[in-house]
Ligand binder design. Structure first.
Ligand code: NAP
Length: 294
């Protein structure tokens, strides 16, 4: 299913998905346009955005630029967007609005951005109808951290979620959910793969990661991204830096050894940066509050 050599995973929906893409969280419209364009030019074929990032139009423009220049065709790329919880009341309208902002005829993967037990089942069913209508190719979930919560949705679903996108990195390895969703053929995708904007240096400076990087002549970022794909996670590092975008793609050509994978497995602290408390993060050497770094 997960083909490291081809850089593709076959989803339970029957569609192929690239295992490494560009993430667009916290990018402005114009930054998203440039990052998407640079990424496609360099060879990326997977793009991740969301309604709540406020940059779907920019993403659409970046895609169109690449298509106009003959860099890729629409069929060769895989576009993911997410429906924000405020929109769950009218899923049909939210899907049409994302299609219009992205300026696309169909979306390869639409994800419910967060668990919301009050109405996520109904809106998941709206996404299933949109698959029938040809507006969406695959459907997925994000931010479901308990097996019971995931199953609540799966029990009501006709189309199994193709993918679960959760915060995942060497300090939060998502082991329980990864194993749980495998029974449905659902693939795990990592957000905050490098720890997220403002936190990356902690992972980059981690002694285990940086010494493995030295060993391979790679950067810490590259080692972490390779760890994700070797773990069987689809990974979407966010960047607005043309050099980082290039560097991050250059991670499919080397292999971490079993020993190195085991060493990184040993780093799991089950810590999520998104809901971090200062007390949790202060345990880690190298961490300082954001305001001190300025
Ligand atoms: N489902 C959800 O709730 C959710 C939540 C958050 C994010 N996401 C998705 O996941 C994607 C990834 O998460 P993220 O962007 O928040 O965090 P991330 O990928 O963990 O980290 C992004 C940070 O890493 C830096 N970076 C990227 N490549 C680098 C490299 N090679 N060397 C040094 N620094 C590098 C970026 O800076 P530069 O811009 O300078 O490169 C940025 O500061 C998002 O973009 C979004 O698409 C989903």
């Amino acid at each position: 299913m997960f083909d490291l050599e081809k850089g593709m995973v076959l989803l339970n929906s029957g569609y192929g998905m690239p295992i490494l893409g560009i993430g667009c969280f916290r990018l402005s419209q114009s930054q998203a346009e440039d990052s998407v364009y640079w990424a496609l030019r360099d060879g990326y074929r997977l793009i991740d955005t969301a309604r709540i990032y406020g940059n779907e139009e920019g993403v659409g423009r970046g895609i169109q630029r690449a298509i106009d220049e003959g860099i890729c065709t629409r069929e060769e790329i895989f576009v993911t967007t997410k429906m924000w919880t405020d929109d769950f009341g009218d899923g049909d309208e939210a899907i049409d609005a994302s299609l219009s902002r992205l300026n696309l005829e169909y979306i390869d993967l639409m994800i419910l951005h967060h668990s919301q037990p009050s109405n996520d089942v109904e809106v998941y069913q709206a996404m299933e109808r949109a698959v029938e209508a040809g507006k969406l190719k695959s459907v997925g979930l994000s931010n479901y951290y308990e097996p019971e919560d995931f199953d609540r949705l799966v029990d009501a679903a006709t189309i199994m979620p193709a993918l679960l996108q959760n915060e995942t990195h060497p300090y939060h390895q998502s082991t329980v959910m990864k194993e749980h969703i495998a029974q449905y053929g659902t693939v795990m995708e990592s957000w905050f793969p490098l720890g997220g904007r403002g936190n990356t240096q902690v992972l980059f400076d981690d002694e285990t990661i940086s010494s493995i990087a030295t060993e391979h002549g790679k950067t810490s970022a590259q080692v972490i991204l390779r760890w994700h794909t070797q773990m069987g996670f689809v990974v979407i590092p966010g960047s607005k830096n043309v050099n980082h975008i290039k560097e991050n793609l250059d991670t499919l050509d080397f292999q971490l050894t079993d020993t190195e994978m085991a060493e990184i497995a040993g780093l799991d602290k089950n810590i999520r940066y998104y809901h971090r408390t200062d007390e949790q993060l202060a345990q880690f050497a190298g961490w300082r509050p954001d305001f001190e770094k300025k």
